[in-house]
Design a protein around this ligand. Structure first.
Ligand SMILES: Cc1ncc(COP(=O)(O)O)c(C=O)c1O
Length: 445
């Protein structure tokens, strides 16, 4: 399986309490109730040390990086590049393989756009032909992707004449892995998959996909957005060429994301945006570009956000991704076991996945109640969840739903909070005067 074996001990109640104390927002009330934040998959809350790191930078070192000769500029540059080193260590990769982006969406667009540019220059004395596409080439993705890992490939296919194919999902939202060998052909040039589904929480069995992609020389792009906060993310061990995630889902600031690219891949791709800071020499006719990562970071970068993200990475690293995974495993199984007992709701993906191969996340359809109304009932009780299609319309359509209510835990989530939310979900149908939902054993707790 792709998820690492869960050998570490879950966090103790005392440790979770100490973690919670670091999140100022968890102290607030919503609609007269203590906040239960179960929307970490949309965006995670921020520990104080992340906020402090950003603020300290603005208070003491703020300057444009890579440009000035003055002390502040040198210090800011050092902090920014130190943030890159921290991310590189977190991913167990080289620092020149870490590109800062705005978010995961931008990271995937970076790769797709760079391939598109390389493709449009093909045959015109282009320097960047390695990953250029032509009509008849194939891009493979899956039916469960977030739109961020679908639409950029649709656009790339439209621009290059390549064909977009996808690995289908079954009625349980599981990828049809038996279909993969026939879908990866000699024409497959890109394989783009998510590490963890943002709708079902399932961990993709990458070992059933990546070796086949490798065998035909396809570029493997991993959307690790929902994996990075929950599992140790080591792109080299997973043997992927590119992996992206968003800082804001990893307890870091908004406005910052990470793209890991294998050095040889980044060096073979043209820039996706053009401007200052990414070049060596410029004449009125032509520009020569710096190697990665600077080639992909034109303009003044997101300095403070990168510094904040590095602090967030230190935060999760100090807790231990293995212990976070073990804790979430307990929450995931409790959540799914309890939801499975509630009458009148459907959990997308249900219990199809073997224990240990999903993160603490569940998307629920409440019979007879629109997801937005269900979300409102939970919000009235101080419980924050995500409602809608979670930017995964094709998957919802495949599973016969237009929208769902998603509960997603974070490193600060307690069992008591989870139980409160489960009880609240069990009460939604009753609230709307529909047949009361019941939990087996008389309750969710
Ligand atoms: C699996 C997955 N991929 C990509 C994204 C896009 O992330 P962002 O909006 O931060 O770019 C998300 C966000 O929800 C996601 O869950």
């Amino acid at each position: 399986m792709t998820a690492a074996p869960l050998t570490a001990a879950p966090l103790t109640d005392g440790e979770i309490a100490a973690i919670r104390a670091q999140f100022p927002i968890l102290g607030r009330e919503v609609n007269g109730h203590p906040l239960v934040y179960l929307d970490s998959a949309a965006t995670a809350q921020k520990p104080l040390r992340v906020l402090d790191a950003e603020r300290a930078y603005y208070e003491h070192e703020n300057a444009a990086v890579h440009r000035g000769a003055h002390t502040l500029a040198a210090e800011a540059t050092e902090l920014y590049e130190d943030a890159r080193r921290t991310i590189a260590a977190f991913l167990a990769v080289d620092e020149n393989e870490v590109v800062f982006t705005g978010n995961a969406t931008e990271g995937i667009n970076l790769i797709a756009t760079a391939i598109g540019i390389a493709s449009s220059r093909r045959g015109a004395g282009a320097d960047f032909s390695t990953y250029a596409l032509e009509p008849g080439d194939e891009i493979l993705t899956t039916e469960l992707e977030h739109h961020a890992n679908l639409i950029p490939w649709q656009e790339l296919a439209a621009r290059t004449g390549a064909t977009l194919r996808y690995i289908p999902v079954d009625d349980n939202g599981m990828l049809d892995l038996d279909a993969v060998p026939a879908l990866i052909t000699a024409r497959t040039r890109v394989v783009a998959v998510s590490h963890v589904s943002n709708v079902t929480g399932f961990v993709t069995p990458l070992e059933r996909i990546v070796p086949l992609a490798r065998a035909v020389g396809a570029l493997v792009v991993l959307d690790a957005c929902q994996a990075a906060p929950h599992l140790a993310l080591h792109p080299r061990a997973l043997d992927v060429d590119v992996a992206v995630f968003s800082g804001h889902k990893l307890y870091g600031p908004t406005g910052i994301g990470v793209l890991y690219g294998r050095a040889a891949v980044l060096d073979a791709l043209p820039p996706h945006l053009f401007g200052g800071s990414a070049i060596t020499t410029v004449t009125m006719e032509k520009a020569h570009f710096l190697p990665a990562p600077q080639r992909f970071e034109p303009g003044t970068p997101r300095i403070a956000a990168a510094i904040g993200l590095a602090e967030a990475v230190r935060f999760v690293t100090e807790i231990g991704l293995d212990r976070i995974a073990a804790t979430e495993h307990v929450l995931a199984e409790r959540l799914h076991a309890a939801l499975a007992e509630i009458q009148g709701i459907r959990v997308l993906g249900g219990s199809a996945v073997p224990a240990g191969e999903r993160v603490a996340l569940a998307s629920v359809v409440v019979d007879g109640v629109h997801a937005h109304d269900a979300g409102q009932v939970l919000d009235d009780q101080g419980i924050a969840v995500r409602v809608g299609h979670h930017c995964a319309q094709p998957l919802h359509r495949r599973l016969g739903a237009t929208a769902s209510v998603r509960l997603s835990a974070g490193v600060h989530t307690t069992v008591a909070e989870l139980d409160r939310a489960i009880e609240a979900v069990a009460g939604i149908r009753q609230f709307f005067g529909l047949e009361a939902a019941t939990t087996a054993g008389g309750g969710a707790s």
